[in-house]
Design a protein around this ligand. Structure first.
Ligand SMILES: *Cc1c(COP(=O)(O)O)cnc(C)c1O
Length: 281
C-alpha cells in the first residue's frame, strides 16, 4: 500500500491524478526528491528539502514564496506518523513539484506538488554481501544539480542489461554517477568520487564523506577516468534507500576480482551507527 498527499488530502496513490495539461506530462518539466523514513522519523529532512528547492529554482519552477516547500516539509513529518504510512513508518517518501500549466517559455509560475509514501524497494541482503553490477554508458545527465523527474535517457541505457542494478554515466570518458546513486571508487588508499556540480549533491554521499573524513579516510573529489575502473581496489554507491552498496562489476570490468571490499562494508556500518544524528527530532 502506498499513500499520496495531493491538494490537501491523503489518498491511496492509485486514486491520484494530474491534469494532462501539466507540463510534467507534456514536456517532462518537474523535479522531485526522495528520502528515507526510519521508524516514523525522516532522515536528513532539511538537506532533502534544500535540494528540492534548489532543483526547482534551477528548473525555473516558482517556489519563491516558500509555501510549497513548507507544505511538503510538514506533509513529510505528518504523513510519516500516520497509521496508514507504509511499513509502520519505515519507508520511502517521494516529494514532487511539477511544471504545472504555463504558456510562458522556460518559466513555470503555477507548479503543482504532491508527496508519495511507499514501501522501500527491496535491496536483497545478498546485494550487500556479493555486490552489484552497473552498466556503463557514454551518456551524461544534463543539469546535474537538478533531481529531474526525467530518467528516460538513463533508463534507455539499461535496456537488455540483465542483472545490472543501474547504468553508470560516463560522459567524455569520465565516471560521474549512476541512474539513481552517487558512485565511489577506492584506489591507493583514497576514496574518489565526483564533485557536486558534475553530479547531483547526494545527501547520502555528503553524509558518508563526512563520516569517512572524520574516520581518517583520504578523499579525492574528481571524476575518475573510465580507464581507472580496472585499477580500483573497490567501488560502491550510495543513495537514501540503498545506503552504502558495494559494486563488483562495471560492464565487462570486474572490480577487485569481483569481490566487495572492506571500505564499503565499514562505511555502511558507520552510516548505520550514526543514523540517529540525522533523524528528524
Ligand atoms: C537521487 C539521486 C542520487 C542519490 O541521492 P541521495 O540524496 O543520496 O538519495 C544520486 N544521483 C542521482 C542522479 C539521483 O537521482
Amino acid at each position: 500500500m502506498s499513500i499520496c498527499h495531493i491538494n490537501g488530502e491523503y489518498l491511496p496513490t492509485e486514486k491520484c491524478a494530474l491534469p494532462v495539461t501539466d507540463l510534467v506530462i507534456q514536456r517532462g518539466v518537474g523535479v522531485f526528491d526522495s528520502l528515507r523514513i526510519y521508524g516514523g522519523k525522516a532522515f536528513a529532512l532539511t538537506a532533502h528539502m534544500e535540494r528540492l528547492e534548489k532543483s526547482a529554482r534551477i528548473a525555473g519552477i516558482n517556489v519563491e514564496d516558500g509555501s510549497i516547500i513548507r507544505d511538503i516539509t510538514q506533509t513529510v513529518r505528518e504523513g510519516s506518523l500516520r497509521a496508514d504510512c507504509p511499513d509502520g513508518g519505515d519507508c520511502i517518501v517521494k516529494a514532487y513539484i511539477t511544471g504545472g500549466d504555463s504558456a510562458v517559455h522556460g518559466v513555470f509560475p503555477n507548479p503543482r506538488h504532491f508527496v508519495i509514501f511507499e514501501s522501500a524497494p527491496d535491496v536483497k541482503p545478498e546485494a550487500y554481501q556479493n555486490g552489484v553490477a552497473l552498466q556503463p554508458t557514454t551518456e551524461g545527465r544534463p543539469y546535474p544539480l537538478v533531481k529531474s523527474i526525467n530518467y528516460m535517457v538513463g533508463l534507455m541505457q539499461e535496456a537488455g542489461s540483465g542483472d545490472v542494478l543501474e547504468c553508470l554515466y560516463c560522459p567524455d570518458g569520465k565516471v560521474t554517477e549512476t541512474l539513481k546513486s552517487s558512485f565511489f571508487m577506492c584506489r591507493d588508499g583514497k576514496i574518489i568520487t565526483a564533485p557536486t556540480g558534475s553530479v547531483l549533491g547526494g545527501v547520502t554521499r555528503n553524509i558518508v564523506l563526512e563520516l569517512a573524513r572524520v574516520d581518517g579516510f583520504k578523499i579525492e573529489e574528481r571524476c575518475p577516468d573510465v580507464s581507472e575502473l580496472k585499477l580500483a581496489d573497490e567501488a560502491f554507491l550510495t543513495s537514501s534507500w540503498k545506503e552504502v552498496l558495494p559494486v563488483v562489476r562495471v560492464g565487462d570490468i570486474k572490480i577487485a576480482g569481483g569481490k566487495p571490499g572492506p571500505v564499503a562494508a565499514h562505511l555502511q556500518k558507520l552510516y548505520r551507527a550514526n543514523l540517529g544524528r540525522w533523524l528528524d527530532k
